[in-house]
Ligand binder design. Structure first.
Ligand code: ATP
Ligand code: MG
Length: 354
């Protein structure tokens, strides 16, 4: 069986370091592993419109930002097909058919959708499109016959929902769709990177992000203002490492060579954590180290982005070519789906009888 990746991001803002550790980094590694026959990376503008219907300009402006962030991180248009979701009309058609296979109460049970509805204060005014986005995500994944979907932990319920739809579809209409596997980051700290304010998830909608394209002075300002252990008031106080965003970021980003370069009095992160727990290690020192680590990690990404910013017409061309290629793939799946569902009226005339 062909090994195929499909994943993507909503163009609601520039991408941040949560996206990077949660999914982008893994994608680039998988892309370069040579283990995949096809890789599709989707800029999910139609999904972004489900909770931004009144702000089409926001979604439109952010397509280029997300594309630049992709290229900056090392997604390579020669190896990965980067495309824009709404340019593939087959995805909407598939969503419409899948809606018949899912109950309202099943969508209501989705914990990520529940949390997002609460976060957006939708209460009784949830747009139907937003409510159904897990179904449209199942259409995205299956249209490309994806076998692997590298995403952050918040996407687990979406993948579960997708697999249920695949089962149901195949059991009613016959084996047609491919069941995908979720690919989560191996590093626990990367599953759901908290915001710099200590909130459970760094998210564009919460404004608690360090963006991939952030300038060095802004990275420093954000790192130095980060939330830490609120009970660690004086340097000599013992501190808590668990749930402390600064240490979660170090878990996500630091490598042994960073210690040799920036903080040689410690050999590894465990040693630093032990000192913090015992007391006698100040937040400022730890944050300064984290700042150095983040600067080292983000500098090459920012530089690659600047290079692509000077080649915008190439970015336009690669998105157009990617969208055309993606439409071909989705159209082939749609043909199979229509055949399986017996709605391919003008391909066969067996129904033309009394
Ligand atoms: P929005 O607030 O508009 O929903 P977002 O910041 O949640 O934006 P998405 O575009 O919804 O970003 O998510 C894209 C991908 O990045 C998904 O695979 C998601 O799991 C992953 N991701 C987003 N935020 C984080 C995070 N803080 N930690 C780990 N992974 C994340
Ligand atoms: Mg999100």
């Amino acid at each position: 069986m062909k090994q195929i990746i499909l994943t993507g991001d909503r163009p609601t803002g520039r991408l941040h370091v949560g996206h990077y550790v949660g999914s982008l980094k893994e994608r680039v590694e998988l892309q370069n592993s040579g283990r995949y026959d096809e890789i599709y990376i989707m800029i999910a503008d139609a999904q972004a419109l489900t909770d931004n219907a009144e702000h089409p300009e926001k979604v439109r402006q952010n397509i280029i930002q997300v594309a630049l962030d992709y290229l900056a991180c090392g997604l390579d248009p020669d190896k990965s097909t980067i495309f824009i979701q709404s340019m593939i009309p087959q995805l909407t058609e598939l969503t419409f058919y899948y809606m018949n296979l899912v109950t309202v109460s099943r969508v209501q049970r989705n914990p990520t959708v529940k949390a997002e509805i609460q976060m957006r204060n939708f209460e009784a005014s949830i747009p139907v499109g937003f409510f159904c986005y897990p179904i449209s995500q199942a259409a995205d994944i299956t249209a490309f016959r994806a076998t692997a979907v590298p995403v952050g932990e918040d996407q687990m319920p979406m993948l579960e929902q997708c697999r249920e739809i695949v089962h149901k579809f195949n059991s009613i209409y016959g084996e047609t769709l491919t069941e995908p596997e979720i690919v989560l980051p191996k590093n626990q700290a990367c599953l759901r990177l908290p915001g710099i304010d200590g909130k459970a998830k760094m998210s564009k909608s919460l404004g608690n992000c360090i963006y991939l394209s952030e300038e060095p002075a802004d990275i420093k300002k954000k790192v130095m203002s980060m939330f830490t252990d609120p009970n660690h008031l004086r340097v000599e106080d013992p501190g808590k490492v668990e749930g402390n965003p600064v240490f979660i970021y170090l878990d996500a980003f630091s490598r042994p060579e960073h210690f040799a370069e920036f903080l040689p009095e410690y050999s590894c992160l465990d040693e630093l954590k032990d000192h913090y727990r015992r007391g006698g290690l100040g937040d400022v020192k730890v944050k300064k180290f984290l700042n150095n680590v983040m600067q080292a990690e983000l500098e090459p990404i920012r530089n690659r982005r600047k290079m692509w910013e000077g080649r915008l017409s190439d970015v336009y061309d690669l998105l157009k070519a990617g969208s055309e290629a993606a439409e071909k793939t989705a159209a082939a799946t749609l043909r199979d789906v229509r055949h399986a569902m017996q709605i391919d009226y003008f391909d066969r005339d067996d129904w033309m009888k009394l």
